[in-house]
Design a protein. Structure first.
Ligand code: MRU
Length: 329
């Protein structure tokens, strides 16, 4: 995708250095972060300089390739990388694939393949998903499942970009997505770059607009999909899915098949990341709450499959109960 007329990917590698769009700086500053070794790349995943399932996966693949080139203990490096964030399946998918390499050249080749496949899958998700978007659609999305969360195009936002390019009118309601505000900061920034009409709403406002039928389509990304179609995504997604069902609004998930955990039978087995309470207690370093108060900060929740109308992948659009059949592909 383009930023000020220049084509960028969210994650790439140049002369052994992993390059990342520095996401905590957005939307104020657009800057590229350079990571020279696997430890630094792992730290960038942990601190969310790079975030979003596909982008984390691509960065993890490149991180392990860096370890191969530095002649580090691969198994140890793989463990360090896997211990950065527990929920996004793409991270584990990428590490396991690169770990199978016999030498550094092959490791790099696989890491590049993973990034390329991610971009290509997201493009296809856009093509399949666009068919679901009607001219005049009023769409709700949660968190950021755009190109900043993947190598290119994104998942939930990819069908929207495609619809806009085809001349359809759409309006996007962007949940702000407390506590880290990926919606208000990142999705809003992406949509502005693409000139997609949108409004940021407080997370609590979605039900108000759904009840009035001012939202008629909901699409979000996924961080891990279980075999029965239960889907982990950013905290607050479950609430939106229940509201969508209550108001007869179709609720779709968009994700590449690399987000499916074929060893995970259902949502209750998906590990949910618990992050620092400061993210809830503070906004940009300013404390909002009494010093005595503690906070809880789960980063994801699970939307049960019965709330999901369809899952848009690079292989087509599936009902949740068809997800298990993709395992044999
Ligand atoms: O904690 P993050 O920002 O890495 O969360 C991941 C997400 O961006 C969302 O849950 C998103 O909707 C999934 S698509 C990558």
């Amino acid at each position: 995708m383009k930023v000020q007329d220049k084509y960028y990917r969210t994650v790439w590698m140049e002369d052994g250095v992993v390059k990342l769009i520095n996401q905590p700086l957005l939307p104020d500053k657009f800057e590229i972060y350079s990571s020279k070794d696997y430890q630094q790349t792992a730290q960038a995943i942990k601190t969310m300089i790079v975030r979003g399932a596909g982008a984390i996966g691509a960065a993890a693949g490149y991180a392990l390739a860096q370890a191969f080139f530095a002649d580090e203990d691969r198994k140890k490096a793989a463990e360090v990388i896997k211990n950065t964030r527990p929920t996004a399946q793409n991270l584990f998918y990428a590490v396991e694939r690169v770990l199978k390499a016999n030498d550094k050249e092959e490791a790099l080749k696989i890491a590049i393949q993973i990034a390329d496949e991610d971009a290509e899958a997201c493009k296809k998700i856009g093509e399949f998903g666009e068919s679901l978007i009607e001219h005049g659609a009023k769409i709700l999305t949660h968190c950021n499942a755009g190109w900043l969360a993947f190598v290119d195009w994104g998942t939930a936002l990819s069908p929207i970009y495609r619809a806009i390019r085809k001349g359809k009118e759409v309006f996007v309601y962007v949940n702000e997505t407390r506590p880290r505000l990926q919606g208000a900061r990142l999705t809003a920034w992406e949509l502005s770059q693409e000139k997609v009409p949108h409004a940021i709403i407080a997370d609590n406002a979605a039900g108000y607009y759904m009840k009035k039928q001012e939202i008629n389509f909901v699409i979000t990304g996924a961080d891990r999909i279980a075999l029965n179609g239960d889907t982990a995504n950013k905290i607050g997604t479950y609430t939106k899915s229940v509201l969508a069902k209550e108001n007869n609004i179709p609720f779709y998930i968009a994700a590449p098949t690399s987000t499916i955990d074929f060893h995970c039978p259902s949502g209750e087995h998906i590990p949910i990341e618990e992050r620092d309470e400061k993210e809830v207690l503070e906004v940009r370093g300013v404390r909002l709450s009494p010093q005595e108060s503690r906070a809880k900060n789960p980063a994801f929740d699970v939307t049960p499959h019965e709330y999901i109308k369809g899952i848009i992948t690079e292989k087509g659009i599936f009902t949740p109960d068809q997800i298990k059949d993709l395992a044999t592909d």
